[in-house]
Design a binder for this molecule. Structure first.
Ligand code: FAD
Length: 294
């Protein structure tokens, strides 16, 4: 199977999409409608998240496997070390391999229940994501990605030690990194500069989520771990009472941010979809990233 890195190193910019494993039948239908809708736009790869502590383990394995088996898409599975022994992690990695998955996003994950709660290592598990990168590498010919944080990971003391951690993951064998959500293109570009200043030119993908509703804006603030920029707040805040206008402006902002990133040579934009295709479809269509037949 093709690797993520092979797909990203295309002669033109591409986009990729992230889904969550479905919780029930209705969710599954929505997810597969979105996958089929986006398949025709030829995303570089499709990733499926992994519930902390293995809460979604079977659903993530099943969904990534089905994407690999039944679609034309390149499939990437997320894997979190939290609350797993090394033996369990080996088992999940084995399942991914058996399903034909060659791409894994190696993460530590957050403590289940309270993501900001105390980190407790599984007695026979791993402490940090770089150890998971090494484990995945040891177990097969996988293409491995890791997480990066434009504003620094919430548990990092400062941006310097946060960058040290990303470099540790790259040294452990990660082929690329996907950035957590951010607001301004410069926030992502500064992260890229910090990595380059350490002598690494690894492939770094920005995470993009069109701010189509006030709820999605709140979720983005939570995930980014930073407040919305004054510039974007000034554009969205006055539209909170007008759903259509808010959505249109959110799509416009995502398009502008993406355009700026593409002009800075970013090879691939990674869209967080929440299992819906429409907003991603609109933005990549405006950016001209879709095949001409679509
Ligand atoms: P790590 O890289 O291990 O870092 C965790 C913290 O430990 C950081 O503060 C780091 O600086 C510090 N650290 C690392 N190594 C050391 C060391 N040797 N010494 C001291 N400190 C160290 N979560 C899910 O549950 N499921 C998902 O599918 C999922 N997908 C994600 C996808 C992306 C693109 C991103 C950006 C995040 C995703 N997350 C997911 C969230 C992620 O699991 C959390 O952000 C988690 O808190 C950190 O994971 P990590 O892999 O970055 O951890």
């Amino acid at each position: 199977m093709t690797t993520v890195v092979q797909r990203i190193r295309a002669d033109k910019p591409v986009f990729s999409v992230e889904f969550m494993p479905p919780r029930d039948k209705a969710d599954e239908k929505r997810l597969w409608n979105a996958i089929r809708e986006l398949e025709g736009l030829d995303p570089a790869f499709v990733s499926v998240t992994y519930g902390a502590g293995g809460s979604s383990r079977d659903r993530t394995i099943r969904t990534t496997g089905r994407v690999a088996r039944e679609t034309t898409l390149v499939s990437m599975a997320h894997l979190c070390a939290v609350d797993h022994s090394v033996a369990e992690l080996r088992n999940v990695i084995g399942w991914y391999a058996a399903m034909g998955i060659r791409n894994i996003l190696a993460l530590r994950g957050d403590p289940p229940g309270d993501p900001n709660g105390e980190w407790v290592k599984h007695p026979e598990g791993l402490n940090y994501a770089d150890e998971l990168v090494s484990l995945v590498r040891e177990l097969g010919d996988f293409c491995v990605g890791v997480a990066a944080f434009p504003y620094g990971h919430p548990r990092s003391n400062d941006l310097d030690s946060d960058t040290d951690n990303l470099i540790r993951k790259l040294r452990a064998g990660a082929d690329f990194a996907i950035a957590q959500l951010f607001f301004e293109p410069e926030d992502f570009l500064r992260l890229r500069d910090r990595v380059a200043a350490r002598g690494y030119d690894t492939t770094l993908l920005p995470g993009i989520m069109p701010l189509t509703t006030p709820k999605i804006l709140s979720k983005t603030i939570e995930l980014a771990g930073a407040p919305v920029s004054a510039r974007i707040a000034a554009r969205l805040d006055p539209l909170v009472g007008d759903a259509a206008a808010f959505r249109a402006e959110g799509i416009e902002i995502a398009t502008e941010v993406s355009q700026r990133l593409l002009s800075e040579g970013v090879p691939c934009l990674h869209f967080y979809t929440f299992n819906r295709a429409k907003a991603t479809r609109e933005v990549v269509g405006r950016l001209g990233l879709v095949p001409s037949r679509a």
